[in-house]
Design a protein around this ligand. Structure first.
Ligand SMILES: [Zn+2]
Length: 223
């Protein structure tokens, strides 16, 4: 191994290894793109909002080969967008209304631990409350999932169905609907394969319930 410290073998007593790695990275990046950090000091203009899983194997900036400032991010366990989740709602509002991103990507990944947990019936603690949203997707697609005999393929299919379900959830936000209608915001589904580092574009069918969630001005008359 060279004298360049690596993350491998990282332990709690060598936190300075991380700071050294950061310094090396900042120097390399400054040499490669001299104007980058000074420009980022003033503002950000990302074109993409990424909604992905917290999994350490799916770091969006790295897997898309992007630089700081190019992608706005929200990550949580199993890339879920439940209605009423203040954290994701705030990220989406800022990205769409203030930053005016042009693309939103919801990315699931094969081998997702959250998806595997939601396909089983073991108790996991607090996270079960969060995974309830994924169990809803499992329940809504019970027959299709039960027909898949290979357990790995069943996980892969629920990963895909979950991306589709979260895109449907996303498109129920009034600000997303407005941005699609008024300025051509595009929403995409990706699936990332942790075994080869590749993203694929998912074919997302039209939401059959779309009309029920279509929100327009003036505000709905609730009487
Ligand atoms: Zn995951």
């Amino acid at each position: 191994m060279s004298n360049d410290p690596t993350i491998f073998g990282f332990t709690d007593d060598n936190i300075n290894t991380l700071l050294t790695r950061n310094k090396n990275w900042a120097q390399r990046t400054s040499a490669l793109r001299p104007g980058l950090f000074p420009s980022l000091a003033n503002s950000q203009h990302p074109q993409i909002l990424w909604i992905g899983c917290s999994d350490s194997r799916v770091p969006e900036t790295t897997v898309l080969n992007l630089m700081p400032g190019e992608i706005f991010t929200h990550r949580n366990i199993a890339n879920l967008l439940p209605s009423g989740d203040l954290s994701s709602l705030s990220v989406i509002q800022y990205a769409v209304e203030i930053l005016q991103v042009k693309h939103v990507i919801v990315c699931g990944h094969y081998g997702c631990g959250g998806v595997m947990a939601a396909l089983g019936n073991k108790k996991h603690g607090v996270v079960d409350h969060w995974l309830q949203h994924l169990r809803d997707v499992r329940a809504a697609n019970k027959a299709e999932l039960a027909a898949i005999s290979d357990p790995t393929k069943r996980v892969e299919r629920l990963v895909e169905l979950n991306v589709i379900a979260q895109i449907n959830n996303l498109k129920r936000h009034a600000n997303i609907q407005e941005a699609i209608r008024d300025r051509g915001l595009e929403v995409h589904g990706f699936v990332y394969d942790v075994s080869n580092g590749l993203c694929e574009l998912l074919d997302v069918p039209k939401d059959p319930e779309e009309a029920e969630y279509d929100l327009k001005d003036p505000p709905m008359n609730l009487e």
